[in-house]
Design a protein around this ligand. Structure first.
Ligand code: NCD
Length: 304
């Protein structure tokens, strides 16, 4: 049984194949329109979502399959006290594959141990978000033609931002990748990522609070939202929420071929005036999310 809980479960070769499939889907969508006929995807979202859930659902529809599920814990039996394991056993009786988002770190992993159908982690607390990373990788490969020799700036909430954690892990496996980690002191990346990924692999990285000073060297700028729902007190959030606001002015010294990414939703971190800049890639990234999830569903369901 194949699940996707952590992006590191997937080899660089497998990621390359998924990207190849996604590019083929973009070029020849009709070829894929019936591939999942008769199959059902369940989306179990115990936390809010727009892009991840709807792109999974759109992906399954475009493959000719069907979709069922819930979009808030309150409307499921979780509200009555049902365990994740029991919910998963139940849904496995109705669906062929499950995409699950949960506020607790590790919940999709626990679910996968009990599941008779593939489980996809669609975000677990402040931990991981492997399918956003696949989306980011497809976007980077389409923008830059590959992953080697890139300087990638990650800016904002690097502590609680699960997309950041998965993306750093994934990018750490390519050649000559440099990370510039831009955040306030309180929102630096977790120690475990430093020890287990960056230091262990002897990767080049720097930590700074200064976005503008870092700008000229960046090939990719990955902006993130300060993760309000993970804060213990409102005052800290209020103090940190507008730490970085990307404006056209701050892009003055950026490379001409910079790509600006953001997993979205954006709150204040990118001014809407940046949307018209040709380097703004975040809405393209949204589109890519559907195609890479189509490729992932095909892979996990072993559809040829
Ligand atoms: C992200 C998430 O849920 O972690 N959103 C997404 O899936 N595209 C980012 C965020 O919520 O800030």
């Amino acid at each position: 049984m194949k699940h996707l809980i952590d992006i590191m479960e997937m080899s660089v070769e497998e990621i390359g194949q998924l990207i190849e499939t996604a590019n083929d889907i973009i070029a020849n969508p009709a070829k894929y329109a019936q591939k999942c006929k008769g199959k059902k995807l369940a989306t179990l979202f115990f936390e809010p979502s727009t892009r991840t859930r709807l792109s999974f659902e759109a992906a399954m529809y475009e493959l000719g399959g069907n979709v069922l599920g819930f979009s808030e814990a309150q409307s499921s039996s979780a509200a009555k006290g049902e365990s994740v394991s029991d919910t998963i056993r139940t849904v496995g009786a109705y669906a062929d594959i499950i995409a699950m988002r949960h506020p607790k770190e590790g919940a999709p992993m626990v679910a996968s141990r009990k599941s008779i159908v593939p489980i996809i982690n669609a975000g677990d607390g402040g931990h991981n978000h492997p399918t956003q990373t696949l989306t980011d990788l497809l976007t980077i490969s389409r923008e830059k033609g590959g992953f080697n020799d890139l300087t990638i700036g990650l800016c904002g909430d690097l502590k609680f931002g699960r997309t950041v954690h998965s993306l750093i892990s994934a990018m750490s496996r390519y050649e000559k990748v440099r990370f510039v980690l831009i955040s306030p002191d309180e929102l630096k990346i977790p120690e475990y990522l430093k020890h287990e990924v960056l230091d262990k692999k002897d990767l080049e990285y720097m930590e700074t609070a200064d976005l503008e000073a870092a700008m000229p060297q960046l090939d990719i700028l990955y902006m993130t939202r300060v993760q309000k729902e993970r804060f213990f007190n409102e005052q800290d959030y209020m103090r940190l929420k507008d730490s970085y606001i990307l404006t056209p002015d701050k892009l003055r010294n950026a490379k001409q071929d910079l790509s600006i990414l953001h997993p979205l939703p954006r709150v204040n971190e990118i001014s809407i005036a940046v949307d018209d800049d040709p380097r703004a890639t975040y809405f393209e990234q949204v589109r890519n999310g559907k195609f890479i999830r189509m490729a992932l569903i095909l892979k996990l369901l072993e559809v040829k």
